[in-house]
Design a protein around this ligand. Structure first.
Ligand SMILES: Cc1cc2nc3c(=O)[nH]c(=O)nc-3n(C[C@H](O)[C@H](O)[C@H](O)COP(=O)(O)OP(=O)(O)OC[C@H]3O[C@@H](n4cnc5c(N)ncnc54)[C@H](O)[C@@H]3O)c2cc1C
Length: 389
């Protein structure tokens, strides 16, 4: 049986970052992915992901975000490719909304540069927007987007260059961690390692029955529309946004790299799914959900549909991440339940997972991500659901 310091199951967004981190630290590491490496079926699909610093979900994410920006810039240097584009970011909603209040809480607690802007001023400054007068916006200059699919490829390339081994088209079937070593069984073979990191995203509940109550996969759809006024939706003129509207939470991007203004809606049609059985066809009902947001808030983007894509969230019960030891094994680390807002954190999640696997602890405050919070009844400020991209 071939032996490694660590095995990373799932070479997607988080797995590719953890793999690179193990390899960078000189560990003998293997990553397994059930599909091609990289693949277009994981949660990074759809070209771009939002990154922002004034984090409405909880101020505790902000130090991790500061580190994430550093790590993305470092990865860009390694990859010799721009991965992070700073466009400015808009959080919009009623003044009393969780999005606005949460964003301001993070700004205050961490003294982040920001501006509170009226809807009329947003619409004047950024003419692609048509916010209704009852909304306000928190503008943050650090907001922007990551080229998510390129980021995964960059982590994988950097990991390979640092000595990692990657097996595509090899599915983790089972693991057994008795006796301090983890023995891993796949559909192609058996391996052993000092530690196993599980980064299998929306497939988590299907692979590990013990984690089923912590992670649920949910179908999402993205849409790219041809703007009627393309000049309003260019990078430099259109900040990324995260909007709490009466219809739900929309998020979107300027036109970049592929044609069209890109928009998504959190929870989309609220379809919990088994990852292997997700419906990857985009239907008229999916289009209608996203058209509603375009027509109401971005009418100058309401041209023909160019593309649509299905993707999956992996939701935890309170929509905060799960980065912790497996309940049944000290040397199995779970990084899952990123609940539709994890991509921007890939690098730092990789660092934390590797810290936990190799050092037994981490310098980062990860209390918010421990599984035990989900087994304590009653709920708290921390366990209130707040989900934005
Ligand atoms: C539509 C959409 C929009 C989003 N927008 C944002 C955003 O704007 N900003 C943001 O920060 N986040 C965003 N997110 C969330 C972010 O993309 C995810 O949190 C992140 O990509 C999750 O990464 P992951 O590593 O957990 O999963 P994935 O990237 O899906 O990786 C899981 C990998 O595990 C592999 N795998 C699964 N089972 C097995 C097995 N048994 N054996 C081997 N391999 C296996 C899969 O093939 C896959 O490659 C969005 C997500 C979606 C779907």
């Amino acid at each position: 049986m071939k032996s490694y310091d660590a095995i990373v199951a799932g070479a997607g967004s988080m797995g590719s970052a953890a793999l690179y981190e193990f390899a960078r630290r000189g560990r003998r590491v293997l990553a397994l992915d059930q599909f091609d490496v990289p693949n277009a079926l994981g949660a990074s699909v759809g070209v771009t992901r939002i990154i922002r610093l004034a984090y409405s979900e909880h101020p505790k994410y902000v130090p991790l975000l500061v580190r994430s920006y550093e790590l993305w810039r470092a990865l860009e240097a390694t990859a010799r490719e721009q991965l992070l584009f700073v466009t400015g970011g808009i959080d919009a909603g009623l003044e009393t909304s969780e999005t606005i209040q949460g964003s301001l809480r993070s700004c205050d607690e961490h003294r982040l540069v920001h501006e509170v802007i009226s809807a009329a001023d947003v619409n004047r400054k950024f003419p692609g927007y048509r916010l209704p007068p009852e909304m306000v916006a928190v503008y943050q200059p650090d907001g922007g987007f990551l080229m998510s699919e390129r980021c995964v490829a960059a982590h994988l390339n950097a990991a390979l260059a640092s000595g990692a081994e990657i097996h595509g088209r090899e599915r983790l079937l089972d693991w057994d961690a008795s006796g301090g070593t983890v023995r891993v069984t796949t559909d192609r073979g058996r391996y052993e390692a000092g530690a196993l990191v599980l980064t299998i995203g929306p497939w988590t509940p299907g692979v590990d029955s013990e984690l089923r109550r912590y992670v649920v996969a949910e179908r999402q759809v993205l849409l790219w529309a041809q703007p009627r006024r393309p000049e309003y939706f260019e990078v430099g003129r259109f900040p990324v946004f995260n909007m709490e509207a009466p219809e739900g939470r929309f998020y979107g991007f300027p036109v970049h790299s592929v044609p069209g203004f890109k928009i998504g809606k959190y929870h989309h049609r609220r379809e919990s799914v088994e990852a292997d059985a997700v419906d990857r066809t985009c239907h008229a009902e999916d289009e209608a959900v996203l058209r509603e947001g375009i027509q109401r808030y971005f009418p100058d983007a309401d041209g023909p549909t160019l593309a649509m894509k299905v993707c999956m969230f992996s939701n935890s019960p309170d929509e905060h991440f799960i980065i912790d030891r497996h309940p049944a094994a000290e040397n199995v680390i779970v990084a899952a339940g990123f609940s539709g807002h994890g991509f921007k954190f890939c690098g730092v999640v990789g660092e934390i997972a590797v810290d936990l696997a190799t050092e037994g602890g981490t310098r980062w405050d990860v209390e918010l991500f421990r599984m035990r919070r989900l087994t304590i009844s009653g709920g708290s400020e921390r366990t209130r659901p707040t989900r934005h991209p």
